[in-house]
Design a protein around this ligand. Structure first.
Ligand SMILES: [Zn+2]
Length: 358
């Protein structure tokens, strides 16, 4: 007997699963059960990633999801699972336990006459899928396309592009001196950092899809000492692969404006950008057609945030993202999904799984 979708949703939400917690393992095991019931050949890998193969026609289609959430253990006490006015609330209900339910219901609805499937559920997606990279690459080998069951936009629209995300650290060394008697002998790392922050924020180019945000700064020791050290942490996002290298080169080449200070930069890209391709256009066009038959007017959008779609897209595989449950408030206290939209989202995904042309 299949588990009723809403009761499975409740079960999954009530297993709290912040990244790298034992809850992630329990969600993985629960999902493995459901995938086994659907005929899947399921393995739970080191690091609690789930991979399942389901027989069907043609080259497999990859279904991507994740079992972790951003919510700490104990959140349920103040944010319990509840259904009110057709909305289901709770930690991780939108990102992405409701989406996992959509995926299972879609596989069930697609029946036997569908594409071969490979399901990959990442255990640490909310931390950049650090431990999943190798296994995900293996799972993506030989697939025709990847369908990412992440939340859609607030209106249920799909995503064919996502920004690439990098985290960088800028450390500035100056020369300390007495701020009263020998100011002229000093070189202020704090002042230099001020110059660099202005410069870094000016790298933002909305039209090109580049954003640079200095989110954290530290520096100095006392008011009466010229600061010997200051540093900043920044979040960098790009829409185009071509900007990755160019921007990184620029960051690593930052030059001080104040004599006597020096700059050191480190950091890396956690995900490359997911760019629109003819392959993703084709997937979207099919989804739009299937959606129209279901009364949905689906649009193609891009997102400022990354997902596992970025990683698989970088392998040259066509990616369509945002195929999960409709809702709002991912990572926020009012996180919820629309319960009445679960069946139509499952039918949308099922339609894609049955499509011989994907
Ligand atoms: Zn997610």
């Amino acid at each position: 007997m299949p588990t009723e979708p809403l009761s499975l949703l409740r079960e999954l939400v009530e297993i709290e699963s912040p990244t790298y917690s034992t809850g992630v393992r329990r969600v993985a095991a629960r999902m493995a059960d459901e995938l086994t019931k659907l005929g899947g050949d399921v393995r739970i890998l080191d690091g609690d990633h789930v991979v399942a193969d389901l027989e069907g026609r043609g080259e497999p289609v990859l279904l991507l999801g994740h079992t972790d959430t951003v919510w700490e253990e104990g959140t349920l006490a103040t944010m319990p699972f509840r259904v009110e006015d057709g909305l289901a609330f709770g930690p991780g209900v939108f990102d992405m336990k409701g989406c996992l339910v959509v995926m299972l219901e879609a596989i069930r609805a697609a029946g036997a006459d569908r594409r071969a499937l490979r399901v990959f559920l990442t255990a640490d997606e909310e931390q950049g899928s650090r431990t999943a990279r190798g296994a995900m690459d293996d799972a993506a080998a030989g697939v025709a396309a990847a369908l990412v069951v992440e939340p859609p936009t607030g209106h249920g629209h799909l995503k064919t592009a996502r920004k690439g995300v990098g985290r960088f650290h800028v450390a500035i060394t100056g020369r300390p001196a007495h701020a009263g008697t020998s100011l002229i002998d000093g070189a202020s790392a704090v002042e230099e950092l001020a110059h660099q922050i202005i410069h870094l924020h000016e790298l933002t180019d909305h039209e090109r899809g580049i954003s640079v945000n200095v989110g954290v700064v530290h520096g100095g020791t006392r008011e009466n000492v010229v600061a010997a050290y200051a540093d900043a942490r920044l979040d960098v996002r790009v829409s185009h692969r071509a900007d990755l290298e160019r921007l990184e080169r620029h960051l690593r080449g930052l030059q001080p404006t104040i004599q006597g200070t020096s700059i050191e930069v480190d950091g890396e890209w956690s995900r490359p950008p997911l760019e629109r391709t003819p392959g993703s256009d084709r997937l979207f066009a099919r989804a739009r057609e299937i959606g129209r038959e279901l009364g949905l007017d689906l649009k193609e959008t891009s997102s400022g945030g990354g997902s596992d779609g970025n990683l698989v897209g970088a392998l040259g595989i066509p990616v369509l993202d945002g195929l999960g449950a409709v809702g709002k408030g991912a990572h926020a206290h009012d996180e919820h999904i629309r319960v009445d939209a679960l069946p139509v989202r499952a039918r949308l995904l099922a339609g894609l799984l049955q499509d011989p042309g994907l």
